[in-house]
Design a protein around this ligand. Structure first.
Ligand SMILES: [Zn+2]
Length: 341
């Protein structure tokens, strides 16, 4: 399977992550790249660098104001006397319809949903090329490939049109789906990350031309809390085109796979011509976030179930954090998909 990654994606090296009032090291470490790359290569992936498709396909989903913010905020932040080494907001608008300020601190609060998406010197460059990897992956499918893997890091599914969050800046999976749609295909996004794909849901919430389905740990007691509940089904034309399948904490392989069958049935009913899998691997029983309990065998069967749809599939990397099995879990999904488990 062809795979896409750009060395410039190493440039994002976040340091901080506030959890439960404690400042911790950020889990979205650059070292994830080498682990995931090895995991993909073990499943027969061959990597190429993405083409540069420019800002157009990114701006198709993200606001101009937000992109200007992402590209320039670090330089502006460094001019603040006493400012920290990373852009981390300390105030947020109570409602996002409140006024848009000129201040770097105010804009950080407007465009960053939480403290888990610090912006530093290389963030924009890495996020840009992470998105380009997904775009090139989409172009491979539009060009007739049956499957491709985009090692998109930093990840993307918590990023809304004008809002970063949860280690994410640009919504790589969404950008890829939109790229496929403009190529004349009917795309569905299946998000198997342990966290709800709230940014992806938000971007496509009022649309009926891209189906969004997410399987994740129940947000009643798990990030991202405010989104991902079963009653969120879309609005306007998009009503019925967003499906959330929250699972109890600690759900095992058998129950996960049963839920996945329902998700794939919805993808088939939608008449999808191509599937973008937002491939978080943090549903693993070994992941530090400890949301669900999918084993390596479970990941293999997830890959096989996706293959059984017969659809062309673009796998876009989302979460999945350093553990003894992170790379192996990726190998399992891709081998299961390719029938070589
Ligand atoms: Zn996640």
């Amino acid at each position: 399977m062809k795979a896409v990654f750009d060395e410039r994606q190493w440039a994002h090296d976040p340091k901080h992550f506030m959890a439960n009032g404690t400042m911790l090291p950020n889990p979205e470490q650059p070292r994830r790249i080498e682990v995931l790359k090895s995991g993909a290569e073990a499943a027969g992936c061959t990597f190429d660098a993405p083409r540069d498709a420019g800002l157009g396909p990114i701006a198709a989903l993200h606001s101009a104001e937000y992109l200007v913010f992402l590209e320039n905020i670090y330089t502006r932040w460094r001019r603040i006397e006493g400012g920290g080494e990373e852009v981390i907001p300390n105030i947020h608008p109570a409602r996002r319809t409140d006024s848009y300020p000129k201040s770097a601190v105010g804009q950080a609060g407007f465009h960053q949903a939480d403290t888990a998406c610090p912006i530093s010197r290389g963030t924009w460059e890495a996020a840009y090329w992470s998105a380009q990897s997904a775009i090139t992956g989409a172009d491979l499918l539009a060009g007739g490939e049956r499957a491709a893997y985009a090692l998109s890091r930093p990840p993307g599914h918590h990023a809304f049109g004008d809002l970063a969050g949860g280690f994410c800046f640009l919504n790589n999976s969404g950008i890829a789906a939109e790229r496929l749609r403009t190529a004349g295909l009917r795309p569905a996004i299946l998000d198997v990350d342990v966290h709800h794909g709230n940014g992806t849901q938000g971007i496509f919430y009022d649309r009926d031309d891209v189906l969004t389905v997410s399987i994740h740990a129940d947000p009643a007691r798990f990030y991202p809390f405010f989104w991902g509940h079963a009653h969120e089904r879309g609005e306007g034309r998009g009503l019925g085109y967003n499906l959330n399948l929250p699972l109890a904490r600690g759900t095992n392989d058998a129950d996960y796979l049963k839920t996945l069958e329902g998700a794939l049935a919805r993808v088939r009913a939608f008449g999808a011509e191509v599937l973008v899998v937002a491939l978080g691997l943090d549903a693993s029983i070994d992941d530090p976030f400890q949301g669900l309990a999918v084993t390596q065998d479970g990941f293999t069967r997830i890959g096989a179930a996706i293959a059984a749809t017969g659809l062309p599939v673009l796998f876009v990397q989302e979460g999945g954090y350093l553990s003894d099995t992170l790379g192996k879990n990726l190998t399992c999904v891709l081998n299961g998909f390719q029938g070589g488990a």
